[in-house]
Design a protein around this ligand. Structure first.
Ligand code: CP
Length: 309
């Protein structure tokens, strides 16, 4: 491996920060970490770096996989617990970042429920910000691990057809995937109730498919999204049951086309966007996505490590 390879930008705020060479370098490094993985083996890429997991919004997969990834690269790694912090006494997010930075932290993995917080913080720190999901804006490392999962299954992704299904309006995963998959030459479409489509849909280079049956027929991969009830204003859907009747993926959909692959970023609302009966089918990649997330995040941190303080 050429240890001098770096990504083109010294942070990751958006999927748009990644060139096709960056993505390919991340995939090569991810393969290296996967192929050579043994429990307990560590690399020294982040040996002199302190990493802070600053999650102002809840997470299971992203937070734990970043923690594992940073520790496997020998970082000093600690979690900032928003719920028990001095935020409750009125301290601002920026003052919180500055306080953590004063402890010598070089890399901040940030999740926040407000769009734009990672961009704002990157403009106010000498450290490196990695966006672990901000509001409805972006979740670039989820898009990276989704694309790696597809690349591992299909090889070259140029011309492959991915349909993103469900709550596009509230989904940072959809936005980052639309950008990253377009960079890789994937043909992307979306399938969603009209009330859950973003207002600026014309700005995205994606097709629109009206029904799940048409999506199943067209796509090589369905990327199904969680219905984000916590971000939803009332009136966007007549009822959850009606959404489920029209947009839930069932075992019949996958039986009809056994080569069709299905991904979901998690957490899944079984019974709403996915039928529980499909969860163990071989073409459902949800657990594989989680496994790949650790190695993709190791690769990302390794390729950014040359920039870290
Ligand atoms: N996919 C994802 O971001 O999951 P978490 O919210 O559990 O991190």
């Amino acid at each position: 491996m050429n240890e001098k390879i770096k990504l083109s930008k010294p942070y990751l705020l958006s999927a748009d920060d990644l060139t096709i060479d960056d993505i390919n370098n991340i995939f090569v490094k991810t393969h290296f970490f996967m192929d050579n993985h043994k429990t307990g083996v560590k690399y020294d890429d982040l040996k002199s770096t302190i990493v802070s997991l600053a999650f102002f919004e809840d997470s299971t997969r992203t937070k734990l996989s970043f923690e594992l990834a940073a520790k496997r690269l020998s970082a000093d790694c600690f979690s900032f617990q928003a719920k028990t912090s001095s935020l409750s006494k009125g301290e601002s997010v920026l003052d919180t970042l500055k306080t953590i930075e004063a402890m010598g932290v070089g890399i901040f993995i940030i999740r926040h429920n407000c769009s734009g917080v990672p961009v704002f913080l990157q403009g106010n720190t000498n450290g490196m910000i990695i966006n672990a999901g901000d509001g409805q804006h972006e979740h670039p490392t989820q898009a990276l691990l989704d694309a790696f999962t597809l690349h591992k299954h299909f090889g070259d992704l140029k011309g492959k057809k991915v349909c993103i299904i469900g709550d596009i309006l509230h989904s940072r995963v959809a936005r980052s995937n639309m950008t990253l998959l377009n960079t890789l030459g994937v043909d992307v479409s979306i399938c969603s109730p009209g009330t859950l489509l973003p207002y600026d849909m014309n700005a995205w280079n994606v097709g629109i498919i009206d029904t799940v049956d048409e999506a199943v027929e067209w796509a090589d991969v369905l990327l199904v999204l969680r219905l984000q009830r916590e971000r939803m204003e009332s009136g966007l859907l007549p009822s959850i049951r009606e959404f489920s009747n029209y947009y839930s993926i069932t075992i019949e959909h996958l039986r009809r086309k056994p080569e069709l692959m299905l991904m979901h970023p998690g957490p899944v609302n079984y019974g709403i966007e996915l039928d529980y009966s499909i969860s163990k089918l071989p073409n459902v990649l949800i657990e594989t996505q989680v496994t790949h997330g650790v190695f993709v995040r190791m690769a990302l941190l390794s390729l950014l490590s040359g920039y870290a303080n």
